[in-house]
Design a protein around this ligand. Structure first.
Ligand SMILES: [Zn+2]
Length: 566
């Protein structure tokens, strides 16, 4: 009988676990020094090795011949745990056993001494699925655990875990397995199995499985079943993505604005039963690689692909501008989400590619420029200020004051109540100039008012956090400084790609997540100062002098206008 590769090659020791050294080293150390926790929480996406590590840990704490933190895998204890027959090791899938009774049973059982091993070990998978009652029951056990019990909780969704449980566990965050580590492992397994697997095919499988070893080995299994040599063509066939030339074809057609060719490519893929979501994902990767190639000095370090494909990427990197890459990636990501949400794949891909190939593709940015220019003009002329009270959601009290009762436009004597409402950033706005009786509500503001910008002092820490979330964005943003105005972060720096990198949703989201995590603030936007400087009509970003963006944002804010650069 054929054993699935995933089962056959499930790591038996911590040393075999790929890409999680930060975790396995700590666990080994705890076993060597005997400083074990009574509860562990393993967090990470599927296929990253949580359950595997839990089983190795269960063996290591119980194996009588443990050596340098690793189980021997030869004794009765190790063997029975591997076989799933050990009486004292209990694996629970919380997805199907989530009731309070399940946990009560567990608690009663946990009071008895283990029958065969040193510790009773409870491995609770998908622990976030437990009901509230079950969590409460579990919490009681975690608060006063019997000395002979170890809990290993595993979850893909840490944010669904009650804080009371989190605080009682030693937490380990499993990373997605890096493409390079994974390719290496796949090649090793193929060699041991006597299977012919090309380097390019290993890279392709790694990319397609997105950091989940189980998925990668399942693709390998499907390839092996065909009995052929595993190359990119076979992987493509098995995964429904066929020959990868269609990626370059798509890019070429986009460049020429050749809609007919694009429809042909899709048609061919569709007829070959190619999965449209995968096509979309592959295309995102392709353009991401073009973008990286344009942005950094040694793209090879960040791109896992064959030399042949690298050449093709370099060729297109000369032709696609960074904004064009970003526009394509952005649009494809939205399409990917739509397809995931159930939109018809072929139609979605046809729509997005034709839209991207149309001549106004580049107009996206331009139209934003135009809108901003119009906005700025409106602010300068004071016209927009009339609308201000509607935009401001003044808290509670002014209920009667704005919009409804008084005609707002003609009453510049009363602006005092309004500007207070949005309460921007820390640097206090100067008291509203009530008696200045300037004729135009906006003109009055220009010279003396300080810009409501605050230095973001924790920026270095935020960048450090970004490093772990998004290496590419970090590469570009490293060495920058930042300020905050309202809920917007403004990034200052000299790298030419700062604005472009921030224009991509995933990058902006990562920056914002890092910023909000570190500062506990609620930032919702991040933009580049330099780009915004150009947006407001000045060629060079002011060096030393007044920052045009600051001036612009201030004006907008005074006008009660929310500036959205996206
Ligand atoms: Zn053993």
């Amino acid at each position: 009988m054929y054993t699935a590769l995933y089962r056959k090659w499930r790591p038996q020791t911590f040393a075999d676990v790929i890409g999680q050294n930060h975790i396995t080293e700590t666990l080994k150390n705890e076993i060597i020094t005997g400083r074990l926790s009574h509860a562990y929480l393993f967090i990470g996406s599927r296929g990253t090795g949580k359950t595997t590590c839990a089983r190795i840990l269960a063996k290591a704490v119980n194996c009588p011949h443990v050596h340098e933190g690793e189980p021997c895998n030869a004794c009765e204890v190790c063997k029975s745990i591997d076989a799933g027959t050990a009486l004292d090791i209990t694996e629970i899938d919380a997805a199907s056993n989530n009731g309070v009774d399940n946990i009560r049973d567990l608690r009663e059982q946990a009071n008895f001494n283990p029958s065969e091993t040193k510790y009773r070990v409870y491995i609770i998978d998908e622990v976030h699925m437990l009901s509230q009652g079950a969590f409460n029951a579990l919490l009681k056990t975690l608060e006063e655990p019997p000395a002979h019990v170890k809990f290993i909780l595993a979850t893909t969704e840490a944010h669904k875990m009650p804080a009371t449980i989190l605080s009682r566990c030693q937490r380990f965050d499993f990373k997605r397995i890096g493409a390079e580590d994974m390719s290496e492992r796949l090649l090793y397994i193929a060699e041991e199995e006597g299977i012919s697997l090309t380097l390019e095919a290993a890279h392709l499988i790694s990319r397609l499985s997105d950091g989940a070893m189980r998925d990668a080995l399942s693709i390998m299994d499907q390839c092996i079943a065909t009995g052929k040599e595993i190359d990119t063509a076979l992987v493509g066939e098995v995964c429904g993505i066929a020959d990868r030339a269609y990626l370059a074809d798509t890019a070429g057609a986009l460049l020429k604005g050749d809609s007919t060719k694009l429809l042909q490519v899709i048609e061919t893929l569709y007829e070959n039963a190619c999965d449209m979501e995968r096509y979309c994902t592959e295309l995102i990767h392709f353009f991401r690689n073009i973008m990286v190639t344009r942005s950094v000095k040694n793209p090879e370090k960040l791109i896992i692909c064959s030399d042949e494909e690298m050449q093709s990427i370099r060729r297109y990197a000369e032709k696609f501008t960074l904004p064009a890459c970003l526009a394509v990636i952005d649009a494809l990501q939205q399409t990917q989400a739509q397809i995931k949400a159930g939109v018809h794949g072929r139609t979605a891909m046809e729509m997005v590619l034709i839209k991207l190939a149309s001549p106004d593709m580049d107009a996206r940015d331009e139209s934003v420029l135009k809108r901003l220019a119009a906005l700025e003009q409106a602010v300068q002329s004071g016209a927009v200020v009339q609308a201000a009270p509607q935009h401001i959601e003044a808290p509670a009290q002014p209920q009667a004051a704005p919009a409804a009762v008084e005609p707002p436009a003609e009453q510049p004597e009363h602006p005092a109540e309004e500007p207070e409402a949005p309460a921007p950033v820390s640097e206090a706005t100067p008291p509203a100039p009530e008696e200045q009786d300037a004729p135009e509500p906006v003109a009055e503001a220009e010279p003396e008012q300080e810009p409501a910008l605050a230095n973001l002092r924790q920026w270095p820490e935020i960048l450090q956090e970004l490093f772990t979330r998004n290496r590419l964005a970090w590469t570009i943003l490293n060495g920058t400084t930042a300020k905050a105005v309202g809920n917007t972060v403004i990034v200052y720096g000299t790298h030419p790609s700062i604005a472009d990198i921030l224009a991509v949703n995933i990058n902006a989201e990562d920056v914002l997540a890092a910023a909000n995590g570190i500062t506990n603030a609620q930032f919702t936007k991040v933009i580049s100062a330099k780009d915004a400087g150009a947006l407001v009509g000045e060629e060079t970003p002011a060096q030393g002098g007044e920052d045009p963006l600051e001036a612009f944002l201030q004006k907008a804010q005074e006008g009660g206008i929310e500036v959205n650069f996206k």
